[in-house]
Design a binder for this molecule. Sequence first.
Ligand SMILES: *[C@@H]1O[C@H](CO)[C@@H](O)[C@H](O)[C@H]1NC(C)=O
Ligand SMILES: *[C@@H]1O[C@H](CO)[C@@H](O)[C@H](O)[C@H]1NC(C)=O
Ligand SMILES: *[C@@H]1O[C@H](CO)[C@@H](O)[C@H](O)[C@H]1NC(C)=O
Ligand SMILES: *[C@@H]1O[C@H](CO)[C@@H](O)[C@H](O)[C@H]1NC(C)=O
Ligand SMILES: *[C@@H]1O[C@H](CO)[C@@H](O)[C@H](O)[C@H]1NC(C)=O
Ligand SMILES: *[C@@H]1O[C@H](CO)[C@@H](O)[C@H](O)[C@H]1NC(C)=O
Ligand SMILES: *[C@@H]1O[C@H](CO)[C@@H](O)[C@H](O)[C@H]1NC(C)=O
Ligand SMILES: *[C@@H]1O[C@H](CO)[C@@H](O)[C@H](O)[C@H]1NC(C)=O
Length: 486
Amino acid sequence: MLCAQGVAAPLMLSSFLLQLVRANLPSGCLIASDILSCTNLGLDQVPVELPVMVATLDFNHNRLEHLEEGSFAGLPNLDTVRLAHNQLSRLTPGTFRNTSSIRHLDLSSNQLNIIEEHYFQELVGIKELLLYNNHIVRVESKALSGLSNLQKAYLSHNRLTDFPFFSIQEHPNLTTLDLSSNRMPNLPVKDIEALKEKIQSGLFLHNNSLICECSMYSLFKQWEYRGFTSVTDFWEEHTCLIYGEQRAMVRFLKHVRYFDNCKIKPPVKKVSMEAYAGDSVMLDCITSLKGKHLNYSWVSDRYGYIAPPFSNNMLRMHSNGSLEILALDINDSGVYLCMVQNHQESSNDSLEVNVTVQIRHQEDEPFNTGFTTLLGCVVSLILVLMYLFLTPCRCWCRKQPIPATPNPANECSAQSSILTPTPPATTEGPGRKVSNNKHVVFLEPIKEAQNGRLQAALALDYPKLAVTRSDADSVTSVFSDTTIVP
Ligand SMILES: *[C@@H]1O[C@H](CO)[C@@H](O)[C@H](O)[C@H]1NC(C)=O
Ligand SMILES: *[C@@H]1O[C@H](CO)[C@@H](O)[C@H](O)[C@H]1NC(C)=O
Ligand SMILES: *[C@@H]1O[C@H](CO)[C@@H](O)[C@H](O)[C@H]1NC(C)=O
Ligand SMILES: *[C@@H]1O[C@H](CO)[C@@H](O)[C@H](O)[C@H]1NC(C)=O
Ligand SMILES: *[C@@H]1O[C@H](CO)[C@@H](O)[C@H](O)[C@H]1NC(C)=O
Ligand SMILES: *[C@@H]1O[C@H](CO)[C@@H](O)[C@H](O)[C@H]1NC(C)=O
Ligand SMILES: *[C@@H]1O[C@H](CO)[C@@H](O)[C@H](O)[C@H]1NC(C)=O
Ligand SMILES: *[C@@H]1O[C@H](CO)[C@@H](O)[C@H](O)[C@H]1NC(C)=O
């Protein structure tokens, strides 16, 4: 195995280098395995010939103003294209022709103005789209609709006044859509509420120029109740303008008094819980209501209405509202609704607990596997000892067989031979970005030079969304990119 890798790596590397020699690349471009990096070279166009097997193209920090039609066609392994910090103001139709393998596209910090319908249509495989810090005023209604693999899209720090939320309704895998720091005065609340819970929970809308009004407030209040991190992590940055007046800005989740007259339907809080049959569980009725005179009750399919004091051989209800199920069986699965009322203040609250009961698997299996493993070890030890003592010594003189052809299925590749597959475990380094009080932050792959060789962490998941709470850097440093340097 080791030997096969040793042969395969140089073979693949040399075939890759051969392609490079043929490609006519600007001087200053760096190549490491399947990464081509031409950053900070003042390029005004993407080289016509690119290495065929390239997976990552990095053209950050150049002077690109437009991209030719089919700029990235014919690159079957192309996965990541980085074009941040250029001067692109629009994309030619067909720019991404024949590039369905692209997963990550970074067009942040350019001068894009309108996201036209055709821009990304051919990027059917795209998972992550970075468009923050452009001058985008509008996203055309079908611009994102065909991108069914889309998981994360970042459009913050633009000039959007609206967004076609209905066009992302069907996206199955979308988990992050960052529209913060734009100029949206109104939100189409109905369209947003129609989105899947998973999309709603990853919708970042803070620091827009929202006009203070009840439906908007109610939407965010519901999200706050549901504990969406998009709201809780940027709690103070949720701002709105009273009567749309620029000077009259309120942090509306923090200072709620303006909205005292808004009627907000009390959202149902949901909790889920898993337990094994035979266990006893305590369902706590967690409520925001305070006071001594709270009336608790539970309702469930199986047991109907339960109010304290209640106790039988299956259930016990405590005066603090907790419901204890003494020995779960499979029929105890289901939704238990707790209702709390404070008669004195005529306020109420409710909580849904979704209980899933699982059957415990047979217990004796671990012993069996343990025993079998032990037996296997003893037998192989004996066999090894027999081999060592009973065979005449030929082993030292024998050469390792060299396979005739490298095995492409082998884990070994040119990439693993010169690149470290995992980033070094540091928390510092130029790749890590820290945020300005809880901003959406992009962690870039860590790149660093060591022992004279380029080491690049391949960023499969790059850039990761991280929400940090530090108060350090400025926004510009949050979004500034580092480039691969030797
Ligand atoms: C895409 O590439 C294939 C071959 O890889 C080619 O036959 C086809 O014409 C190309 N399509 C476009 C639109 O360029
Ligand atoms: C969504 O993601 C899952 C796995 O992450 C994948 O299997 C599935 O194909 C994706 N769906 C679409 C429509 O891309
Ligand atoms: C909020 O948005 C404005 C304008 O959209 C922008 O200038 C500002 O930097 C943003 N603030 C933060 C903290 O991102
Ligand atoms: C529950 O509410 C009723 C009035 O509807 C009241 O009489 C009773 O004392 C309350 N129980 C508790 C435990 O507060
Ligand atoms: C309620 O009372 C029971 C029994 O005294 C206790 O086990 C449980 O932890 C209490 N629940 C809460 C939320 O305090
Ligand atoms: C669960 O309910 C079904 C009928 O609804 C019954 O046949 C079964 O015996 C019950 N199981 C247990 C463990 O009580
Ligand atoms: C709960 O409170 C709301 C208003 O706060 C009220 O309209 C509703 O009738 C109350 N529900 C119950 C069951 O008391
Ligand atoms: C309760 O949880 C189970 C398993 O997690 C899930 O399949 C079911 O849809 C949930 N039910 C409700 C009403 O949320």
